[in-house]
Design a protein around this ligand. Structure first.
Ligand SMILES: Cc1cn([C@H]2C[C@H](O)[C@@H](COP(=O)(O)OP(=O)(O)O[C@H]3O[C@H](C)C(=O)[C@H](O)[C@H]3O)O2)c(=O)[nH]c1=O
Length: 183
C-alpha cells in the first residue's frame, strides 16, 4: 500500500519524496524506503550502499559525483536541517548545468532522489545534522569528481545566514568550475 507522496522537480528525474508518518502516543513510525512504493512511483533502482555523515553547523560538503561509477542517491536528514543541492551533469540534458535545491530536515522528513550524473552537495543550517543516504553503486575513491560549491556558472543560491561561518574540506575548496568539465 503506497505510503509515499512523490513530487517531480523542475529538473526532470529529481524527485522529492514525503513518507507517511504514523504518529501515536509513543512517537512515530515511518517506512524510509520501500522498493515497491518507489518502483510504483517510477524509481526502480537497486541500492547497494547506505551512508551516514554527521556535520556541524556551516559544514558544506560537495559538489561531488563519481565519474565512471555514477550513483543514484536517496538522501534524507535524520536530525537537524540542511539545504541539499543537485546539479545536472547528464550529457545532452536540456537542463545541463542547472541546479535545484531543497530543504531537508528531521522535521519535514523529506527525502530527495538524485539520479546518476548529478553533482550533489549540502550545507548544514542547524547546530548539527545527521545525513543518511542510499546509493546505487559502491564508493570508488579514485573515481570522484567535483565542482566548486560557489561556481558562478552554476550560481547555486545557498541560503547561508550572514553570521554562519562555512566549514569546507581542503578537497572541496579545490574543485574547478563546470566550464572545466568535458561535456
Ligand atoms: C563518500 C565515501 C567516503 N568514504 C570515506 C572517505 C574519507 O575517509 C571519509 C570522508 O569522505 P569525504 O570527505 O569524501 O566525504 P563527503 O565530503 O561527505 O563526501 C560525500 O559528499 C557528498 C554530499 C556526496 O553526495 C557523496 O556521497 C560524497 O562525495 O569517508 C567512504 O569510506 N565511503 C564513501 O562512500
Amino acid at each position: 500500500m503506497g505510503q509515499i507522496k512523490v513530487t517531480d522537480c523542475e529538473i526532470e528525474g529529481l524527485k522529492v519524496i514525503e513518507p507517511t508518518v504514523h504518529g501515536d502516543e509513543r512517537g512515530y513510525f515511518m517506512e524510509t524506503y520501500n522498493y515497491n512504493d518507489f518502483k510504483e512511483a517510477g524509481i526502480d533502482v537497486q541500492f547497494v550502499q547506505d551512508n551516514q555523515s554527521s556535520s556541524k553547523k556551516g559544514v558544506l560538503r560537495g559538489l561531488h559525483f563519481q565519474i565512471n561509477y555514477p550513483q543514484d542517491k536517496l538522501v534524507r536528514v535524520v536530525s537537524g536541517e540542511v539545504f541539499d543541492v543537485a546539479v545536472d551533469l547528464r550529457k545532452g540534458s536540456k537542463t545541463y548545468g542547472k541546479w535545484f535545491g531543497v530543504l531537508l530536515s528531521a522535521e519535514n522528513k523529506k527525502q530527495f532522489f538524485i539520479p546518476k550524473n548529478f553533482a550533489h552537495g549540502f550545507v548544514v543550517l542547524s547546530d548539527s545534522a545527521e545525513f543518511a543516504y542510499k546509493c546505487t553503486d559502491f564508493y570508488h575513491p579514485n573515481d570522484e569528481g567535483g565542482l566548486a560549491w560557489n561556481d558562478p556558472d552554476i550560481g547555486v543560491e545557498w541560503p547561508i545566514p550572514e553570521d554562519m561561518e562555512l566549514i569546507i574540506s581542503e578537497k572541496d575548496q579545490k574543485w574547478g568550475g563546470i566550464k572545466d568539465l568535458t561535456k
